[in-house]
Design a protein around this ligand. Sequence first.
Ligand code: GLU
Length: 446
Amino acid sequence: MKVKSIMADLERKHPGENEYLQAVQEVLESIEEVYNLHPEFEKAKIVERMVEPDRIFTFRVTWVDDRGEIQTNLGYRIQFNSAIGPYKGGIRFHKAVNPSMLKFLGFEQTFKNALTTLPMGGAKGGSDFDPVGKSDGEIMRFCQAFMWELWNNIGPDTDVPAGDVGVGGREIGYMYGMYKKLAREYNTGVLTGKGMTWGGSLIRPEATGFGALYFVEHMLSKAGKSIKGATVAISGFGNVAWGAATKATELGAKVIAISGPDGVVYNPEGMNKEKLDYMLTLRASNRNIVAPFAEKFTDATFIPGKKAWSIKCDIALPCAFQNELNGDDAAELLAGGTWCVAEVSNMGCTPEAIAAFQRAGILFAPGKAVNAGGVATSGLEMTQNAMHISWSAAEVDSKLHYIMESIHAACVKYGTQEDGYINYVKGANIAGFMKVAQAMLEQGIV
Ligand code: GLU
């Protein structure tokens, strides 16, 4: 494989789609060596086929706001790869959503899902609808209009959407209600992240953050370190950040920072139950600001305009958005003595930041391994729906533990370098790639 020529071809076909090109480039660079040991992959043009989505649905979403004005947004569903199972991946509502962002997310999802040990292909969807400041009624009407277009292209054995940035339990509820009405199908397995009384799985709301911390525990124990007493900086304050902060606190770490688009809250005393609950209240307020946290809890301080990475910490956990931690942030963290960074957001760090962490020899793990517990538990939700049963929280949690342990083991297997350093980026990319590539090869030229 010639990474350069494949990338040049992709750039020509998808000019300016920077996040998508960044995600593909990272994967191709890390799998090149292994790929070249498999002439059968080269012959079947596995990489050339794998980097393009199977298909993309683009649609207009028109809805009426509270003032009675008609609003139009764009909606998308990208069915990226179905080699190992039905399409699976979240839906993102954010004003910056565009095809490049969703293609990068769908591509990453394909490898992430392969790592979970479960049979799920990769997909992603979303809209440039901005939930910030919208009323509950507006959110409902938008979700209904979105599903009006999408319903015909999804199904429990076809494509199973879930939440992502801007889409949580409330939005999944509104979308599921409309799906049933249009499809006259009552199979709950068509969406995951559902409410507990209508097919949702216990632990799914916590799963991305909890799974991330289980992964971090494995990383640390492999390196002979412990999370007990460590200081942790987290970006974001949504569902994923909440899950990560909750489990980190439970494991004895001190979460000293959470952040939002408005700035960072420095929280030197760490979290407690009241503070963790308040993170959920903040998220549900739809205002997208973190400052009120420091108004409510006087031991915390709000620093406007600053990122979580300006707070000196042992462990940094990006939990918000892609490329939220750049080269300068990495330099600041390293200067402050940070010794572990785990991406909980998808592609949370820029390539410069990752290179800096790896050069410094600190522990670093990529989103597709660290945050895979979310989609893995979606897979467990699908299984429960298909079996028409529900498992106890303890049962789901123990399966999540096992899955995160397997992902960690796969990263170590494929990512351990000759000098002993574990390159988790390489490990995750190769492990995910090998599974999808083998499946594609066995299914012929389709
Ligand atoms: N949006 C999440 C992710 O990035 C979860 C997807 C799912 O549960 O299908 O993996």
